[in-house]
Design a protein around this ligand. Structure first.
Ligand SMILES: [Zn+2]
Length: 236
């Protein structure tokens, strides 16, 4: 970030640099404040309510009788929670934000395919009766994957516009694991499994996770890049 700032300073030449830096700092502060704005808090309350409603629907006798329908709806709920969570993190301000939240939903949903991968079959019965949990459901894998992605982006020198991708992966995977954790607990290899997460703890963590992610992004400087990116775009 320091390099980015100095580039801005030198590009804007002398006296103009101060207002530009001020504008960048204001953008950063606004980006953090946005995560605790009333709209954002309302959106996470809505997310908590959505969890309650979705689980109510999944317990309906008609859904319970149809195993494939239940599996698809359950997977859809994972996707919608991932999508919703990322929308709270970034806020929906421009067209590309909608693509981002769709990708977050896709990531939160797609990891259930590892059930079929481990089963070596498309049989739902086989996928649901595995001898152990599939690899992408190991919560220790989340930081490894996110850091690896960050390193890969650094190695490929991807632009700042990609900087939030590891955090998107984090939100998508963590929200999925917490939801699954109500049934199986969290698998923290090599330490073992936690007891199942209580239902209300799951709802609370799900509704809080986007805000936690926003603060962590701010602390690690990722939010600087996002807001700077927006700031520059606005200035142009
Ligand atoms: Zn799962």
């Amino acid at each position: 970030m320091r390099g980015f700032h100095s580039k801005l300073d030198s590009a804007s030449m002398g006296g103009v640099a101060v207002p530009l830096n001020l504008a960048v700092e204001t953008e950063k502060a606004q980006a953090l404040l946005q995560t605790f704005s009333s709209a954002s808090l309302l959106a996470s309350a809505g997310l908590g309510l959505f969890c309650l409603l979705a689980d109510h629907v999944l317990q309906a006798p008609f859904v319970l009788q149809h195993v494939w329908l239940r599996a698809l709806l359950d997977n859809g709920v994972h996707g919608l929670i991932g999508l919703w969570s990322w929308a709270i993190v970034i806020g929906l301000r421009k067209k590309s934000d909608f693509y981002e939240v769709a990708l977050a939903g896709f990531l939160a949903s797609i990891i259930d395919l590892d059930h079929f991968y481990l089963a070596g079959s498309l049989s739902l019965k086989a996928a649901l009766n595995l001898p152990h949990r599939p690899p992408l459901h190991c919560s220790s894998v989340i930081p490894v994957l996110c850091f690896s992605l960050r390193l890969l982006m650094w190695a490929l020198r991807l632009k700042d516009s990609w900087c939030s991708l590891p955090w998107m992966l984090f939100v998508a995977l963590a929200s999925h694991h917490v939801r699954d954790g109500t049934r199986h607990g969290l698998w923290l290899w090599p330490l073992g499994h936690t007891p199942p997460i209580s239902y209300w703890l799951y709802v609370t963590i799900t509704a809080t996770l986007p805000h936690l992610c926003s603060v962590l992004m701010y602390l690690t400087g990722t939010r600087d890049m996002i807001s700077t990116k927006h700031g520059v775009a606005i200035d142009v």
